[in-house]
Design a protein around this ligand. Structure first.
Ligand code: B1M
Length: 233
């Protein structure tokens, strides 16, 4: 495409399907402003925040993931794509988090040591806020000491751990084992998630629940908190 053609493209002129395709291209090319604009247009056309997130943003990032795996895209390009995705997520965040209700529970969430992937974790945080939880995000690359310090400081109901690498996901067990050693394991609901995990792994590391995506995390957390409240009555 020539520069001239690019200048002429007005995202408002595209129908929904074309716009989503264009947003996937823009995400792939790391064009943050365009992804933000596309997000705003879809919302103005009546799309729910959930639908924009899953179809336009997560769908685009899946394409990036395939080409990253296949050696077509490299870290700098994927970082730009991630930044574009975060631009769109910034618009959706307040919409996903909209809830006037008193928090139904509190969660500390962080990505495990050695792992700097945070898009999925951020999404989980947003959906949890949307489901009425207070969320304390302790960021990426968390050691067991950092998790434990956050638990002490914030006294949450739930500890959430995220990992995107097969090399970092075993660290979840290090954290759970240390909680067992300190006799504090049963004070918390432990939730784990991330693309390479599955239910069997969640059980093996001693978590209460494995969540396949952010919506599942919000559902499971709500269910577990309701059970906890019912048990305390
Ligand atoms: Co990374 N990377 N990366 N990367 N990267 C993956 C994960 C990879 C699968 C790519 C590939 O090869 N196809 C591969 C891992 C292979 C493996 O371990 N089996 C990989 C690799 C190898 C690497 C490096 C080692 C590359 C290198 O340097 N050679 C390196 C590692 C750096 C490190 O962490 N130490 C690296 C670096 C990076 C970037 C920095 C460039 C960038 C991260 C930017 C950022 O996060 N700020 C990046 C990205 C963007 C990806 C891909 C393309 C996209 C990840 C993502 O954001 N997905 C990814 C490929 C892929 O997953 N398709 C890849 C979108 C997000 C919405 O989904 O994170 O799965 P996801 O989260 C979901 C669920 O998993 C779940 O809910 C979320 C929302 O629905 N979930 C939870 C996640 N956490 C949860 C916690 C919960 C509950 C649910 O409860 C607590």
């Amino acid at each position: 495409m020539t520069d001239e053609t690019e200048e002429e493209l007005d995202l408002n002129d595209l129908d929904d399907t074309e716009l989503v395709e264009q947003m996937h291209d823009d995400l792939y090319d790391g064009l943050r402003d365009e992804v933000v604009e596309g997000t705003e247009i879809l919302l103005a056309r009546g799309w729910t925040a959930d639908k924009v997130l899953n179809v336009a943003l997560v769908g685009g990032m899946q394409i990036v993931g395939v080409d990253f795996r296949d050696g077509i895209l490299f870290v700098p390009e994927v970082l730009l794509a991630a930044s574009a995705m975060k631009g769109g997520m910034g618009i959706l965040r307040p919409l996903l988090a909209e809830t006037g209700a008193k928090p139904i529970g509190k969660m500390v969430i962080g990505t495990v040591k050695g792992d700097i992937h945070d898009i999925g974790k951020n999404l989980v945080g947003m959906m949890m806020e949307g489901a009425g939880f207070e969320v304390v995000d302790i960021g990426i690359n968390n050691s067991v000491e950092e998790y434990l310090a956050a638990l002490l400081e914030h006294e949450p109901d739930i500890l959430g751990m995220s990992a995107l690498l097969t090399t970092t996901m075993p660290y979840m067990k290090v954290v759970v084992d240390e909680m067992v050693n300190r006799n504090i394991r049963d004070q918390y609901i432990i939730m784990v998630g991330g693309a390479p995990l599955n239910e069997e792994f969640g059980t093996a590391v001693g978590a209460d629940v494995y969540c396949r995506d952010a919506a599942d995390a919000a559902d499971q957390a709500t269910r577990l908190m309701n059970e906890k409240h019912a048990a305390n009555v």
